[in-house]
Design a protein around this ligand. Structure first.
Ligand SMILES: C[S@@+](CC[C@H](N)C(=O)[O-])C[C@H]1O[C@@H](n2cnc3c(N)ncnc32)[C@H](O)[C@@H]1O
Length: 242
């Protein structure tokens, strides 16, 4: 007789598993910059984060400083550039795709930055578990996967539950910066975030392009395809969290 196994609950995530094969320069960066990768215990899948995982960020960065997190930064175009401009801040990337993390490490090394650390994990899990409430200076979600099909919209990163999480993690003066090249996703983001009781749209509409943000790989793709780029920027509403 077959043994009854408990049904495995498959979590809906905003990414797909891809081959983690790296090219030679990614392998080199992965080897040489591995001290920038912060290892965290997993819960079940290898991109998950154990509920009791804890990281001492001042220790991981070698100093206390205001913390900026990017989720899904891909090959690190933005974080490597902005971290070089602001050496006084600590920058943390949560990215699931290892070859992209290796490219991020390589760009950071070329830019000579010492203030970037990376965790290879689902950024939703990592933000929830590893970042203390009310502690984030900035959170960035630039060009998240658009998940076009209606039946896949539940996989979109920017959603009401995710906005609840970001609102809990931002400091009172903290800022959430977003950008996308997909008009329907941009409108869906506005709908969720403009309505959120703890968030306030800093521009009462679309945000101007953030002058620090360099053009990323995916932004370049969107522009080459003739799409409009939408920037959004939210802060914490005074009294909105209570
Ligand atoms: C469309 S790409 C955009 C990359 C980059 N922001 C850019 O503009 O070039 C989305 C990235 O988000 C990553 N990603 C998607 N969901 C994620 C999650 N929950 N946690 C961490 N990374 C995620 C993917 O692996 C991919 O690298």
């Amino acid at each position: 007789m077959a043994t009854a196994h408990p049904r495995v609950h498959r979590e809906v995530v905003s990414f797909v598993r891809r081959s983690s094969r790296m090219n030679a320069s990614q392998q080199k960066a992965w080897r040489e910059q591995s001290d920038r990768v912060i290892r965290v215990p997993a819960r079940d899948t290898d991109t998950s984060v154990a509920a009791d995982a804890e990281i001492d960020w001042p220790d991981a960065f070698g100093r206390p400083a205001p913390l900026v997190v990017e989720i899904g930064g891909g090959t690190g175009d933005v974080i490597s550039t902005v971290a070089a401009k602001h050496p006084d801040l600590n920058y943390l990337a949560f990215e699931v795709f290892e070859p992209a993390v290796a490219s991020t490490l390589s760009k950071c090394a070329r830019a000579g930055v010492n203030n970037v650390r990376v965790v290879v994990a689902n950024g939703v899990d990592a933000l929830g578990t590893l970042v203390p409430d009310g502690s984030l200076t900035e959170l960035w979600t630039f060009f998240p996967d658009p998940w076009h099909k209606k039946r896949h919209h539940k996989r979109r990163l920017v959603s009401r539950p995710f906005a609840d999480l970001v609102a809990a993690k931002l400091s009172d003066g903290g800022v959430w910066r977003l950008a996308t090249d997909w008009a329907d996703y941009a409108l869906a983001m506005r709908e969720v975030l403009d309505d959120h009781p703890a968030l306030v749209n800093r521009y009462d509409g679309w945000a101007p392009r953030w002058e620090d943000r360099p053009r990323s790989r995916y932004e370049a793709k969107g522009i080459a395809a003739g799409r409009t780029i939408y920037d959004l920027c939210y802060g914490i509403r005074e009294g909105g969290r209570r």
